[in-house]
Design a protein around this ligand. Structure first.
Ligand code: ADE
Ligand code: ZN
Ligand code: ZN
Length: 272
């Protein structure tokens, strides 16, 4: 997602955090953040071009082979050199474990790597729910598909990262990410109440299950993102209106699942 999608994902998570989770997060964040996760959820995008964070550049997505609408961790999770586990699902497993080990080991100091693990986890839980962050390698998750967004030149990846979110924010939520987050969360608990509880639960009592999120994403990418968006297509009202519910669903799932993961890591009394 772009900055707004990440902000909305983390704003959806915040009211779902239990008190001990909020306190643990506040202790990990810099004082200037005031316990506020949402403003820092975009940080991994700000640092990805710095030399020091070179290693994180390919952690924002995973690609499947051309036109394969199925994701397979062992086949797909690697960087462009073929190094295994270097992709968004590998990153979510890794940062979940760093945070889990940190909370089990009381002597461990709040090192910068633990703070960074929290920011990376919060960010990648957003990105993995953007359908085109599990897209085809051949078109770089839609980055190489030129389309028009209304009358402007754009690309399919950018339409999903930014354009749909930005139009909804402006037209439906007074350009306020907090209003958008509230409205998506209320909508979810009204319309998908029984599903919402299930979203947070992983099979085998795992804390996070990125393979599930990536499988959902490639299915949605094939069904809603790539379809009707051949190179050169002008995307407008029809595409926007029919795809917005999917964007809102994925923002909701990203936020609800981020909160569930953080609660089970940081609150020993949290359900499962
Ligand atoms: N952003 C940059 N490259 C990408 C890719 N291959 N897939 C998804 N998102 C990307
Ligand atoms: Zn993106
Ligand atoms: Zn990202």
């Amino acid at each position: 997602w772009g900055a707004d999608g990440h902000r909305v994902t983390c704003l959806i998570a915040e009211p779902l955090l239990y008190e001990p989770t909020k306190q643990a997060i506040a202790a990990l964040l810099p004082k200037s953040a005031n316990g506020n996760l949402a403003d820092l959820c975009t940080w991994p995008d700000d640092v990805r071009w710095m030399d020091k964070y070179k290693w994180t550049r390919e952690l924002h997505w995973v690609n499947t082979p051309n036109h394969v609408c199925k994701y397979d961790y062992n086949r797909d999770c690697h960087d462009h050199m073929g190094t295994p586990n270097v992709c968004i699902s590998g990153a979510i497993n890794n940062f979940t474990h760093i945070l889990w080990n940190h909370t089990r080991n009381r002597n461990m100091k709040n090192g910068r790597d633990v703070t960074e693990a929290l920011l990376f986890l919060a960010h990648f839980m957003g990105d993995i729910h953007q359908p085109l962050h599990t897209g085809f390698r051949s078109d770089q998750g839609g980055n190489n598909i030129s389309v028009y967004w209304y009358h402007r030149r754009s690309d399919l990846h950018h339409v999903w990262d930014t354009e749909i979110v930005s139009k909804a924010l402006k037209e439906n939520h007074n350009s306020d990410p907090e209003i958008m987050a509230d409205s998506i969360l209320n909508n979810a608990t009204d319309n998908w109440a029984s599903e919402v509880d299930a979203w947070g639960i992983c099979h085998n009592r795992k804390l996070s299950c990125p393979d599930t999120y990536a499988t959902e994403s490639i299915n949605l990418a094939c069904k809603w993102a790539y379809s009707g968006a051949a190179p050169g297509t002008a995307l407008g009202d029809e595409y926007y209106t029919s795809r917005l519910p999917t964007v809102e669903l994925r923002l909701a799932q990203g936020g609800v699942r981020l909160a569930a993961i953080l609660n089970s890591i940081f609150d020993p009394n949290a359900p499962q």
